[in-house]
Design a protein around this ligand. Structure first.
Ligand code: ZN
Ligand code: ZN
Length: 89
């Protein structure tokens, strides 16, 4: 059994996507999961398409919880990032 990655108190039995590209999952408890989806923890909710690319620093994808560098953005993803910065949507 793993503990919730947010509160570290309750059992984390819900897989929540913090990002879809790349796919990042965290294990959270139901009360923290509710908080995420009520909008209290917006940075953990991939409300915008490929938000992780938009917010990633200098072309590096980081795990939002640990801050650990996961990998470098691919050429294709850098193009998306550029497009998102320029575009209004
Ligand atoms: Zn929790
Ligand atoms: Zn969720």
């Amino acid at each position: 059994m793993k503990l919730c990655s947010l509160c570290n108190k309750q059992i984390g039995n819900i897989k929540h996507h913090t990002s879809y590209l790349p796919q990042e999952l965290i294990l959270v408890c139901s009360s923290c999961h509710n908080k995420i989806h009520r909008g209290n923890l917006k940075h953990l909710n991939p409300s915008r398409r490929m938000a992780s690319i938009f917010y990633s620093n200098k072309g590096w994808i980081r795990n939002k919880v640990t801050g650990k560098v996961l990998r470098k953005l691919t050429k294709f993803e850098l193009e998306i990032k550029k497009a998102m910065k320029n575009g209004k949507n």
